[in-house]
Design a protein around this ligand. Structure first.
Ligand code: ZN
Length: 144
C-alpha cells in the first residue's frame, strides 16, 4: 500500500473527472473503451494469441470500473482510514506518568482532562511527544 503514489493518482483522476467515464462497447467487431467524445482506446484482440486477448479484455474491464469518481472516492476513504488509524494509535500509546511512574495511555490522560488517572498529577502530552521526537532523532532538543 505504501508504494502507491496517491498524489499522482489523485491528480490524474481530477484531470479526467470532468469527462464522461469510459465504457466498453463492441464497434465493428472490436472491443473499445469510449465515452461521449468517441473511442478512447481500442482493445487489441488477436485470435492467434487468445491468452493475450483475454489479458487485454481483463484490463479493459478494470479500466471501465476505474472511473475518476471511483478513484477519488477510494483515495478519500483510504486517507480517512489512515487518519483514523493514526488517531487510534496515538490514543492507545502507553506513556509513563512522570509523577507516579505508572503506565497510562494517552486516551486515559485525555479522558481525565490532562491528569494522571492514578495520581491525578497534570501530564503535558506535548512534553511526551517532544521527548519522543528527540529520542527518534527527528529533533535535537526542545524548540527545534
Ligand atoms: Zn501518575
Amino acid at each position: 500500500m505504501s508504494n502507491i503514489n496517491k498524489q499522482q493518482l489523485r491528480e490524474a483522476a481530477q484531470q479526467c473527472s470532468a469527462q464522461e467515464p469510459l465504457r466498453i462497447v463492441e464497434y465493428h467487431g472490436k472491443m473499445c473503451l469510449r465515452n461521449s467524445g468517441g473511442i478512447v482506446f481500442t482493445v487489441l484482440r488477436d485470435s492467434s494469441f487468445p491468452e493475450y486477448s483475454s489479458e487485454n479484455e481483463n484490463y479493459a474491464r478494470l479500466a471501465e470500473l476505474s472511473t475518476p469518481d471511483t478513484m477519488l472516492a477510494l483515495l478519500d476513504e483510504l486517507e480517512a482510514a489512515e487518519k483514523r488509524i493514526a488517531e487510534l494509535e496515538r490514543g492507545s500509546k502507553v506513556i509513563k506518568c512522570w509523577s507516579c511512574q505508572k503506565s497510562v495511555t494517552v486516551d486515559q490522560v485525555t479522558a481525565e482532562d490532562g491528569f494522571c488517572p492514578s495520581c491525578n498529577c497534570g501530564i503535558d502530552l506535548e512534553d511526551y511527544e517532544t521527548a519522543e521526537l528527540v529520542a527518534a532523532g527527528i529533533i535535537t532538543k526542545v524548540g527545534e
